[in-house]
Each structure stands twice: as structure tokens, then as C-alpha cells.
Design a protein around this ligand. Structure first.
Ligand code: PMP
Length: 403
């Protein structure tokens, strides 16, 4: 007998399963538009030059060692990360009522935040957009939230936000619900609310007594402009909201596997800060004790050095402009081919992904006939496109739509 015979098979994680099929495919023209990672125009992963150089300097520095970090991580990293999000001149920072803690990338920040909200504020209901990044539901459920709910977000007809639907769902949310909001470059749709729409969202969250939890996984990577991509969070802070914001440095620093993240906490008053920090410390201590150092040290070095910071900003611009040019290129090609439907949403959407509007059967056709790998939802990673494969992809979409 085994202890384990009671264990049921869990469902596969689509994006990793898709990646495996891609790697096993031997076709020379195969294209991976699945997993969310940046690729160069040669289809290769990119180590940012500023990151490479910082790593080389770290390796040569005999003073550095591998001692444990504190439970809340590297202080110079978390303050740099929180400053980058809120603005280093933010009144919330000046008042001492905002702080950051280092976490295991964006996922870890979401989990630590959700654990805290459930354990100490006794919150049980959370809302995520329909659709959203597939991990939100799992993270909050694992943290003990028992009431997962969705708010409407995507309107397939307009290929844009279903804003009325979203507001209506938020208006009906019970007091004390946590509302997960994508800070910028909504994954998977690539559609963000306008500043006017954010105002209305904030109004409802305020009126109904909801708790905003921002997820910021693409600051700078989305528009190429760090300030623009932080606009929504800063607006909420300016209006005086208490909030959490998870930050990931996977995309904007290309540090995916180093798990560099930060949880920013903004409160109304600094008087509860020591208590909150002490409880977050215990949550982390009981989960993984303390975070890794390598990636956080790189990010901290770059964020705190004006020259390196400038070099990093140039890298973000390189990545975001390549994505923009691929968006433009794909739309132009589909229009030239006369592919039925409108394709201007490809350039309207921002960030790493485009929600193409392709149906599940069209997606299956593209995988089978064109060896182009994309999620069943029709989401494509724009970074998987290159000047050498963009014609093939456009043709694949065209054939799938007209077959
Ligand atoms: N939130 C969103 C919306 C994301 O797209 C991602 C990355 N796929 C994350 C959070 C977190 O990723 P990571 O844990 O790698 O930082």
C-alpha cells in the first residue's frame, strides 16, 4: 500500500504543456507564441547588457558573499522598487506610510499579500478580471480565499474592455472583496482602462469598500515609459487608497528565473506599519524564511545608480519598440492579405500580448497546419514574432480565419 494512492491527477498547465509540444516539434518553420518571455529579432532570449555587466562586476567583487538576506529581503532593493512604482517623491513615502518587501517575483508578492489579507484582515472574497493571468485564482485560493469571483473585462465583439460590465460587477461586489487589477498591459488582453475609466473604477472601489490589489508585472516594458506604466497605481495612491501592489522584475529586467519581486504596501496612516511589517515577516518566515539575493542585488545596483538606470531605460525602450513594430507589422500584413475582420486591435493593445480574437478551432488549425504555437484563448506573445517569421504567422492567421 502507498500513502499516495488517494492523489488525483491535476490538470496540466496550458502554457507549459504548449511549450513542451513546441520543443518536441521538428518542423523548421515552427513558431512559439505561447510562453510570456521576451525574444530578440533572432528569436533568442535577451540578457540585458546592463544586467550582464552588473553581474560581471558582482562576480569580480571579493567583498560580496552568500550570507542570508533578512526575511524581508534587501532593503536597498525594496525601497528602490517601491520608489520606482510610487515615485521617489511620493507623499506616501515621505509620510512613512508606504513600504516594500522583497518577494519571490510577482507571484510571490501576490501570495504573500493574499496570505496576509486572508489571515489578518479575514478577507475571503476576491475578484479577478475575466479573463486574467491564469495564476491569480490559484494563488488566492491557496492563500485561503474561499470565494473566487470574476468581473467582466473582455468584450469579444469590440475586442476591447467591457467597461460597463466591469463597473456593474464591481458595484455588486460585497464590501471587503479584494479586487485584483492589472497595473498596466493587461494579461492576456493587452487592453488597459483609460485614465477616465480608472477614475470610475476608483469611485466604485471607494464607495463599495473594496480592497485594491494591483499586479504590476510590466512596468516600463509595456510602453517604454516607467511613469506612464505606473499611472494607475499612482492615481489610486494620490486619492488616498490603502492598497497592495505586487511587482515583478521578470520582464522589465529579463530576470525571469531569478525570482525578483516586491510587494508594495500603502497605508493611510503610519501608525500600524510596525505591526503589519511584523506579520508579513512571519508569513515569509513560515513559507521560505528569506528570499534569494542574486537578482535583487542586480536590480538594486541598477535602480540606485543614475548611469546604470539610464542604460536600463534604454533597454526597456529597445524591448517595447520591437514589440510595437511587430504589432504594426502583423496588422499591416493581415490587412494586405485581406483577412476578414478588423485587425486594428493588434496595435491598440499594449504590452507583451495580443488577444487576437482567434477561436479555439482556428488556434488548433494554426498549430497543426502551420506549427505556430499559441494559447487556446487566442493570446499571442508578440515577442515570438520576428522579421523572419512574421509573414508565416500572418499567413497562418489568414488561412485559419478563411479555411
Ligand atoms: N502577473 C501577471 C499579470 C503576469 O503576467 C505575470 C507573469 N507572467 C506575473 C504576475 C508574475 O510573474 P513572475 O512570478 O514570474 O514575476
Amino acid at each position: 500500500a502507498t500513502w499516495f494512492s488517494c492523489v488525483e491527477m491535476g490538470p496540466p498547465i496550458e502554457v507549459f504543456a504548449l511549450n513542451k509540444s513546441f520543443l518536441e516539434d521538428k518542423h523548421p518553420q515552427k513558431v512559439n507564441l505561447g510562453v510570456g518571455a521576451y525574444r530578440t529579432n533572432e528569436g533568442k532570449p535577451w540578457v540585458l547588457p546592463v544586467v550582464r555587466r552588473t553581474e560581471q562586476q558582482m562576480a569580480a567583487n571579493e567583498e560580496l558573499n552568500h550570507e542570508y538576506l533578512p526575511v524581508l529581503g534587501l532593503e536597498s532593493f525594496s525601497s528602490g522598487a517601491t520608489g520606482m512604482l510610487l515615485g521617489s517623491d511620493s507623499p506616501a513615502l515621505a509620510d512613512g506610510r508606504a513600504f516594500g518587501v522583497q518577494t519571490l517575483s510577482g507571484t510571490g508578492a501576490l501570495k504573500v499579500g493574499a496570505d496576509f489579507l486572508h489571515k489578518h484582515l479575514k478577507l475571503t472574497t476576491f475578484y479577478y478580471s475575466s479573463p486574467t493571468w491564469e495564476n491569480h485564482g490559484l494563488i488566492f485560493s491557496n492563500a485561503g480565499f474561499t470565494e473566487p469571483r470574476q468581473y467582466r473585462y473582455w468584450n469579444p465583439e469590440t475586442r476591447n474592455i467591457d467597461f460597463e460590465g466591469m463597473l456593474e460587477d464591481l458595484k455588486n461586489a460585497p464590501k471587503g472583496s479584494v479586487i485584483i487589477l492589472h497595473a498596466c498591459a493587461h494579461n492576456p488582453t493587452g487592453c488597459d482602462p483609460t485614465p477616465e475609466q480608472w477614475e470610475k473604477i476608483a469611485d466604485v472601489i471607494e464607495e463599495k469598500g473594496l480592497f485594491p490589489f494591483f499586479d504590476s508585472a510590466y512596468q516600463g516594458f509595456a510602453s517604454g515609459d516607467l511613469l506612464k506604466d505606473a499611472q494607475a497605481v499612482r492615481y489610486f495612491v494620490k486619492r488616498g487608497f490603502e492598497l497592495f501592489c505586487s511587482q515583478s522584475f521578470a520582464k522589465n529586467f529579463g530576470l525571469y528565473n531569478e525570482r525578483v519581486g516586491n510587494l508594495t504596501v500603502v497605508m493611510k496612516d503610519k501608525k500600524c506599519m510596525a505591526e503589519v511589517k511584523s506579520q508579513i515577516t512571519l508569513i515569509i518566515r513560515g513559507n521560505y524564511s528569506n528570499p534569494p539575493n542574486h537578482g535583487a542585488r542586480i536590480v538594486s545596483t541598477v535602480l540606485n545608480d543614475p548611469q546604470l538606470f539610464k542604460e536600463w531605460e534604454d533597454c526597456i525602450k529597445t524591448m517595447s519598440s520591437r514589440i510595437l513594430s511587430m504589432r504594426k507589422g502583423l496588422q499591416e500584413r493581415l490587412e494586405k492579405l485581406g483577412t476578414p475582420g478588423s485587425w486594428d486591435h493588434i496595435t491598440r493593445q499594449i504590452g507583451m500580448f495580443s488577444y487576437t480574437g482567434l477561436t479555439e478551432s482556428q488556434v488548433a488549425y494554426m498549430v497543426k497546419e502551420f506549427h505556430i504555437y499559441l494559447l487556446k484563448s487566442g493570446r499571442i506573445n508578440m515577442c515570438g514574432l520576428t522579421t523572419s517569421n512574421i509573414d508565416h504567422v500572418a499567413q497562418g492567421i489568414h488561412d485559419a480565419v478563411t479555411k
